[in-house]
Ligand binder design. Structure first.
Ligand SMILES: [Mn+2]
Length: 274
């Protein structure tokens, strides 16, 4: 990563970002600006839900930092960076402009990106593979902390039930775990559907967004890549100059040690609930 300091070569060959949700309060535009500054690229792919027109129809939140994000991206396009925008469901109004060019940014429904080591990836936002219309933000809430909290709440609840003389046992934590498992199944079926689509096209993998769950992993012999989001996780995917793909978890100007991968999915003690 020293190369770009002296040479003309940008920091990375390609930068893949999705689910920025500009126009909403949740958008982490300042963090994104830091990431963009550190990662000039030859190719920049904006893989959907970049501007949240859905949320903006209910009320616009547009900060100076969000303005700067747009300006920086347009400037990068002017300076010769190859920028492609693939509309998502929250910016589906842009789908009317597919195959046109705006301020030197190409708008495409999907595109195949070939890494420098010759692997061909399908780039799509991914909402067409979302079987259930789920509000996915709550997926981010799951984990140890929430689980332990629920266990404690459940203790209080069962005491209350005893006091009220209610028989039987109902587990709030168990309920939550069933919900978590449903979310996991949602993620897995999404991943498999996207991969199957890339497989049908004879490609080596897919790079998508939409479910706000960043990952790089092998599924059925293909490489599944998800860019994550800039609402809670602040993640992006880069292609290095040797073609290697890396998941970056941006944490206030540094790359966090712990990358968001599916390793984080090892939730404690999720039993098989029928
Ligand atoms: Mn989406």
């Amino acid at each position: 990563m020293v190369a770009h300091k002296n040479a003309r070569m940008p920091a990375v060959r390609s930068l893949f970002i999705s689910d920025i949700h500009l126009g909403t309060r949740g958008c982490q535009a300042t963090q994104l600006l830091d990431l963009l500054r550190e990662h000039p690229a030859q190719h920049l792919y904006l893989i959907g839900d970049i501007i949240d027109f859905w949320a903006m129809s209910r009320g616009v939140y547009w900060s100076p930092a969000q303005n700067t994000v747009v300006q920086k991206i347009l400037r990068r396009a002017r300076h010769g960076e190859q920028i492609t925008l693939i509309p998502g469901n929250h910016d589906e109004v842009l789908r009317e402009y597919i195959d046109t060019v705006f301020g030197e940014i190409k708008i495409q429904a999907e595109i195949v990106h070939t890494t420098v080591d010759g692997r061909r990836f399908l780039l799509v936002h991914g909402d067409e593979f979302d079987q259930v219309t789920l509000h996915h933000r709550w997926v981010a809430v799951i984990g140890d902390v929430a689980y332990n909290f629920l266990v404690r709440v459940n203790l209080l609840l069962s005491r209350l039930r005893r006091l009220l003389g209610r028989p039987g046992y109902w587990s709030l934590a168990g309920y939550a775990k069933r919900k978590v498992k449903t979310a996991m199944q949602f993620i897995f079926s999404f991943e498999e559907a996207v991969v199957r689509h890339a497989q049908d096209r004879g490609l080596d993998g897919v790079i998508c967004g939409h479910i706000h769950w960043a990952a790089i992993k092998e599924i059925n012999g293909l490489t599944y890549v998800n860019c994550g989001d800039w609402v809670d996780s602040c993640t992006a995917i880069v292609e290095h100059h040797d073609g290697r793909l890396e998941l970056i978890h941006w944490d206030g100007g540094t790359v966090a040690d712990e990358h968001t991968t599916d390793a984080n999915l090892n939730l404690p003690g999720i039993p098989d609930v029928a």
